[in-house]
Design a protein around this ligand. Structure first.
Ligand code: 0A1
Ligand code: ZN
Length: 875
């Protein structure tokens, strides 16, 4: 919280300085109580700067009880305490000393969910990025790595399970009846990786034998009654452990790996050493209770947190400006893993959809920042799509430039050189360069450049010489005036008129049909020869760089790639670009989306009847670009026109291909998935068909949705039926939503879906419905999942009604931000971003959005978190 009305301080990367003191060991005793918790911390401290005469420890929301230095109790005049610091004088000659600090905290009252807090009656912690300072005074920065011993004392009946990082070394009952356990973590770690859990939890156990033959005990702790929903998480964990051994040669390094699922959690999950703490959304699943998308999310988040053990924990960040060092790299690794476990093209499409939906707007708006930010007010505001997802794209580009083998050599060197250290992104790149022998000097600019580069493409064909020249130029409006060019890998293939791949006749990829070219200049030409007719270039295959392509492509050319490109990502993307162009044209002509050109319908029909494709790919290829994708291509976003033409087009596609959709629905419902495809692929295609059939507006398909809902034994099909009817006014719709709530009201994760589906509905009553849902007994601002399920989904997933011209949508959001500002500032700040997009809309909406941002900035006791987001959004 800001301490006064003064503007909060900005922290700069350029001011980084090594710590004056280091902490070698921490011996913590945490006595858990119902009123308050007492934390005794014994620190072994070592001087790191010869000139320092003061030790300043971070601490917030703590009540200091006593401080001892080298066994000697300090009197209050010997130290000073502020809201954020404990300052202790240290004699210039002292090189090593011990401290014993006793503090008192109130986890029961902690609504911010940082530090030690209670969730469903259990104690748990969240220390990244700066939560440990809410537990005790400490050098709470990632370059201070200490060996932790943690003793937990508490009521053994209420909290039979008591966990911390590392290995359990002692367990006993004290004379007063309380239970005491001690955990020792042999690996030095920064405080942000500390974790503690105490509660009455059930455990599901398994084991994994590492490739060197060590047995690791695997435990998943959940609230009682959820034991039967851990199978998928456990399987995903074992697959992740195996994959990291095979792909990166990384073995797990403790004898026990624990996961705890909690229901109140600000983010997805946390990679605490040996004791991951998860939002229960990313652990609990059974086919009856979780959708296929939930299953995929669990697999990838379990993998992500597990992979952090090497990329994040063993090698951590020097400071928080290096966050992408661990996050970009770990997202890249979890994406690689998911691609290996599932269909690689479908995975890539979904990764890029995520990037375009969340990161592109961020990078084009007032909150744009490089993957390595240069300054921040509140680090929690920088756990962004840019640091994570664009960060992963940057690593992927390095992988593409180096190639698999050289990338692995670079990674091996990185692990060898920096194991046990807290490092910078520069050290990471240097290791990749040294390991691979490939120069990345120019590539480094990606780390400090905000904005999505735009690539203009020009083609020239000389029929006489048979030469084909591709000229690409890069620009980036967010990167300052006349920015230096970036090193951009261009994965390219050339096709002949029939769609056959043509091998390169010269150059570095002679004889091959695909190559990675280095785009390093502002404007650069590539010439290929040996053609009798003009070839067609399939550019940035697999989305080889996070760029926007500006190319005048005819509908025919896009339809050609949509039907023929052997690169499935580009095939899908061509279909999306074609559909966007058509819908944008309809908007321009004030059309209703129903007159679709034959080039589009023919190409659509071709994909519809291609039985060789993975059904999940077909579903993605036959789904129109989302309203927000189309919005990004408009100079001034018109949410109503986008919705009108997109819905019109869906209706038209539904009607035109009605027989095909019926056939597909039947096939996917009754015939098993082809051998190499999971059942989820069939469900995806079947539910795509259902959605188009409902779009025809015929009563018969409302009945079909109803019968799907009634018959359904899995959550994917139930949710698809609800989603199909969410936008219509019909008694079947009302009955279905009522039945769903009635049936599942005791399962919070399922009730979240019920809120989300209604938050995203586009009916005239939507705003009133949302206001009513905010008064529903099951709604609370205190639980982040519930809040996101209604308010987050509305603000980010319902453009038509969030941007309702009354301004009600904006007011709903700013009201929630105001209510959360003090109780959970981290979550409050995350909700500001949709208002930050105000420049993209018409003047009336701009004024309404700016008014709300100004109101937010005037809130009493405005948190630093919200201040930074609202202030940047406005200016
Ligand atoms: N390191 C975690 C993300 C995370 C960050 C902050 C949190 O609480 C404020 C929680 C989790 C990850 O990348 O999964
Ligand atoms: Zn992470």
């Amino acid at each position: 919280m800001s301490k006064s009305s003064a503007k909060p301080a900005t922290i700069y990367l350029k001011d980084y300085k090594e710590p004056d003191f280091l902490i070698e060991t921490v011996d913590l005793t945490v006595e858990l109580g119902e009123e308050e918790t007492i934390v005794t911390s014994r620190l072994a401290i070592k001087r790191n700067d010869e000139t320092a005469t003061k030790l300043s420890l971070n601490g917030e929301h703590l009540t200091l009880q006593s401080v001892k230095m080298d066994g000697h109790m300090l009197t209050p005049d010997e130290y000073s305490v502020t809201d954020e610091w404990l300052h202790l004088p240290v004699a210039a000659i002292t090189s090593e000393f011990s401290l014993e600090i006793i503090t008192r905290i109130k986890p029961q009252e902690n609504t911010a969910l940082e530090g030690l807090y209670k969730s469903s009656g259990n104690f748990c912690t969240q220390c990244e990025a700066e939560g440990f300072r809410r537990i005790t005074y400490f050098l709470d920065r990632p370059d201070v790595m200490a060996i932790f011993t943690t003793t937990i004392v508490g009521d053994g009946d209420r909290y039979p399970v008591m966990l911390s990082n590392g290995n359990l070394t002692l367990q006993e009952t004290l004379p007063d009846g309380r239970k005491r356990v001690t955990w020792q973590d042999p690996h030095p770690k920064p405080a942000y990786l500390f974790a503690l859990v105490a509660g009455d939890l059930a455990v599901v156990e398994d084991k994994f034998t590492t490739r060197s033959g060590r047995d690791v005990k695997l435990q998943i702790f959940v609230e009682k009654g959820n034991e039967d929903k851990c199978d998928h998480a456990m399987t995903s964990l074992k697959k992740s452990m195996k994959w990291d051994e095979e792909k990166y040669g990384r073995e797990y390094d403790l004898d026990i790996f624990m996961i705890v699922a909690v229901s109140d959690f600000n983010m997805g999950a946390m990679e605490n050493k040996g004791l991951n703490i998860f939002n229960s959304k990313y652990v609990l699943a059974s086919p009856e209770t979780a959708t296929d998308a939930d299953f995929d999310g669990i697999e990838s988040v379990i993998a992500h947190e597990y992979f952090h053990n090497w990329t994040g924990n063993r090698i951590t960040c020097r400071d928080w400006f290096q966050l992408t060092l661990k996050e970009g790299l770990t997202v890249f690794r979890d994406q690689q893993f998911s691609a290996d476990m599932n269909s690689a093209p479908v995975q890539r499409i979904s990764d890029v959809q995520g990037l375009r939906a969340a990161q592109f707007p961020e990078d084009a708006g007032p909150l744009a920042h490089p993957i390595q930010p240069q300054s921040y007010v509140e680090i929690n505001n920088f756990y962004t799509a840019t640091v994570y997802e664009k960060g992963a794209e940057v690593i992927r580009m390095i992988h593409t430039i180096l190639g698999e083998e050289n990338f692995r050599k670079g990674m091996d060197l990185y692990f060898e050189r920096h194991d046990g250290q807290a490092v910078t992104t520069e050290e990471f790149i240097a290791a990749l360069e040294d390991g691979s022998g490939i120069d990345l000097t120019q590539f480094r600019r990606w780390y400090i450049t905000p904005g999505t580069p735009e690539i203009t493409v020009n083609e020239k064909f000389d029929a006489e010489t048979g030469q084909y020249t591709l000229t690409l130029a890069q620009t980036n409006l967010k990167a300052g005036k006349d920015p230096e060019p970036l090193h951009i890998p261009l994965k390219l293939g050339l096709l002949d008129v029939n769609g056959n791949a043509v091998p390169f006749s010269d150059g570095p990829f002679k004889g091959e049909t695909e190559g990675v070219f280095d785009l390093t200049k502002k404007r650069q030409s590539f010439t290929f020869s040996g053609f009798s007719t003009q070839p067609r270039a399939s550019l940035f295959r697999g989305f080889s760089a996070p760029v926007k392509i500006r190319q005048e492509s005819s509908d025919d050319a896009l339809a050609f790639f949509f039907a023929k490109d052997e690169d499935l990502f580009n095939r899908w993307d061509a279909g999306q670009r074609l559909a966007s162009n058509i819908l944008l044209k309809q908007i321009e002509d004030a059309g209703d989306g129903t007159s679709l050109p034959s080039a589009f319908l023919d190409a659509f029909a071709e994909t519809l009847s291609d039985k060789t494709l993975d059904r999940a790919f077909t579903a993605a290829a036959l789904t129109l670009p989302g309203e927000q994708d189309i919005a990004q291509k408009m100079p001034v976003v018109d949410v109503d026109a986008i919705h009108r033409v997109r819905e019109g087009a869906r209706r038209q596609i539904g009607l035109t291909f009605e027989d095909d959709w019926r056939r597909i629905y039947e096939e996917c419902e009754n015939a098993p998935s082809p051998a190499n495809q999971p059942a989820s692929s069939s469900r995806k295609l079947k539910n795509t068909a259902l959605s188009y059939l409902i779009a025809t507006g015929q009563e018969e398909f409302i009945t079909l949705a109803d019968s799907q809902y009634r018959k359904s034994k899995n959550m994917t099909d139930s949710v698809a039926a609800l989603a199909g009817l969410k936008d219509i006014n019909h008694p079947v719709r009302e009955a279905m939503f009522a039945d769903y709530y009635e049936k599942w009201q005791k399962d919070a994760l399922i009730v979240d879906k019920w809120f989300t589906l209604q938050a995203m509905a586009t009916r005239e009553s939507t705003i009133d419905d949302i206001k009513a849902l905010m008064e529903h007994p099951a709604f609370t601002l205190r639980n982040p999942n519930r809040l996101r399920s209604l308010i987050g989904a509305f603000a980010s997933g319902n453009p038509v009604y969030f941007h309702d011209k009354s301004g009600d949508g904006y007011r709903i959001l700013s009201g929630v931000i105001a209510a959360l500002n003090k109780t959970n500032p981290q979550i409050a700040a995350r909700l500001v971003a949709p208002l930050g997009q105000w420049r993209r809309y018409d003047k009336d909406r701009q004024d309404l959005m700016v008014t709300e941002l100004e109101k937010i900035l005037k809130l009493p006791d405005l948190s630093d978190h919200v201040y930074e987001m609202a202030n940047k959004s406005l200016h």
